[in-house]
Design a binder for this molecule. Structure first.
Ligand code: FES
Ligand code: FES
Length: 158
């Protein structure tokens, strides 16, 4: 077992973990953040995407002990004061959510993109979510949602 400390959604957790425990299992099974989804378990689908120290990672490929000292955002950390993040709202408004399984990872990849580039063009948005597979939709609705989110975030600043 290894003792680790990490911040998830602004809250500090100190916990003893098995060396073989994956970050996704720590988040879901030990800390209760079930919004992080497991699809392939092999780093191919992006369903398990979380933001770790500003970068997206596939949490099925990261060991829990590797997250020691890190700052993680999961989908549960997106809303604020009971209000959805503008990216989440835009995904709903643009009709980009069908079964929803890919959406937590997709939204977090969108957030990581917009945190670095507040006005990406369509190709840059496509590239930003290229690690996230969706079996329900074409990806156009996600691109529309991101453009809508950019507008919502600008309106919030005004
Ligand atoms: S579950 Fe991690 S990339 Fe598919
Ligand atoms: S909405 Fe179903 S996998 Fe993307």
């Amino acid at each position: 077992m290894v003792n680790i400390g990490l911040t998830v959604n602004q809250k500090l957790f100190e916990i003893s973990v098995d060396e073989n425990l994956r970050l996704i299992d720590l988040l879901r099974d030990k800390l209760g953040f079930h919004g992080t989804k497991e699809g392939c378990g092999e780093g191919e689908c992006g369903a398990c995407t979380v933001i770790m120290d500003g970068e997206t990672v596939n949490s099925c490929l990261v060991m829990a002990f590797q997250a020691n000292g890190s700052n993680i955002t999961t989908i549960e950390g997106m809303e604020k004061d009971g209000k959805l993040h503008p990216i989440q709202q835009a995904y709903i408004d643009a009709g980009a959510v069908q079964c929803g399984f890919c959406i937590p990872g997709m939204v977090l990849s969108t957030k990581a993109l917009l945190d670095k580039n507040s006005h990406p063009n369509r190709d840059e948005i496509r590239e930003g979510i290229s690690g996230n597979l969706c079996r329900c939709t074409g990806y156009n609705k996600m691109l529309d949602a991101t453009e809508m989110a950019i507008k919502y975030m600008e309106e919030e600043k005004e």
